[in-house]
Design a binder for this molecule. Structure first.
Ligand code: ADP
Length: 261
């Protein structure tokens, strides 16, 4: 628990710092990109300086992309939790996800029956799934398969899982499995730390999984990675089952009973 508290304190501090720096930095980058555009207009594509100017502009654009990610990480967006059906969220994302992982990777989706609802912010949950799938893709440079699974996990079953801190509750689990490189225990230990990345400069910020961690904590859920070098990685996320209040049930019944027009 103490470690988790330290982790969230650290994330908050990093978030504030990163947000401030990213904001100012982004303004400077906008100026660099703007002035390179002006200079590019004064050169023809064949000119010796043209390709160098293009390099400046392209790299400034990449840097702007990174600062945008930093800003997204630091922004404490107000949560809009609503009652959601996880399988629908996953299904709505599959076209986008398939495009993101490209032709050499396969995506399959397996839903359990009658998955319980959860209460969460849709945009944030989508961000979680996208981040995990992008990481899975990056871990499979030669291609492979990614499986998304949803399942109900009953309280008794959840209690049997020896995961620390799993509070007695019914959970809905979403799993993202890949057949990628896997991670050593040393790396696995650090993956939720802000700015921890093994990706080359310009490719990774090390903010993906710390963002995911933050979102899952706010939703009162848990995330567990299981990984084996050379075999692959599975991220399991547990979100508490949403049990509708009597008022919610009443509202639904009335809506259903209303005559269709
Ligand atoms: P980034 O993707 O920018 O590096 P993340 O926080 O998303 O930042 O991930 C941190 C690190 O965790 C990655 O650089 C990688 O080493 C490791 N990692 C994350 N997901 C996977 C995965 N599915 N397979 C192997 N390694 C992974």
């Amino acid at each position: 628990l103490e470690a988790q508290f330290a982790q969230s304190q650290k994330m908050q501090a990093v978030g504030q710092l990163a947000g401030g720096v990213a904001h100012d930095f982004n303004n400077l980058l906008t100026a660099i990109i703007g002035f390179s555009d002006l200079l590019l207009l004064k050169h023809k594509p064949g000119d010796p300086s043209f390709s160098e100017l293009m390099q400046i502009k392209q790299n400034a654009n990449r840097a702007a992309g990174l600062t945008r990610q930093l800003l997204a990480f630091s922004r404490r967006q107000t949560l809009r939790p609503q009652v959601l059906e996880l399988p629908l969220i996953v299904d709505d994302l599959t076209v986008l996800l398939k495009r993101m992982i490209g032709e050499k990777n396969q995506l399959s989706v397996e839903h359990g029956r009658n998955i319980w609802p959860v209460r969460a912010d849709v945009v944030q949950l989508e961000q979680v799934i996208i981040n995990l799938v992008v990481n899975a893709r990056d871990a499979m440079p030669n291609g492979g398969s990614i499986t998304l699974r949803t399942a109900n996990v009953e309280r008794s079953e959840a209690e049997r899982l020896t995961f620390d801190g799993l509070v007695a509750n019914d959970y809905v689990m979403i799993e993202v499995q890949d057949t990628g490189t896997g991670m050593s225990p040393e790396i696995l230990q650090k993956i939720f730390e802000p700015f921890f990345t093994t990706k080359e400069l310009g490719k990774g910020t090390g903010l993906g999984l710390s963002t995911v961690y933050g979102i899952i904590k706010q939703t009162e859920g848990f995330i567990y990675p299981v990984s084996q070098v050379g075999v692959g990685t599975t991220f399991k996320i547990f979100l508490p089952r949403h049990v509708p209040s009597e008022a919610e049930i009443a509202a639904k019944t009335t809506a259903a009973a209303a005559p269709a027009r």
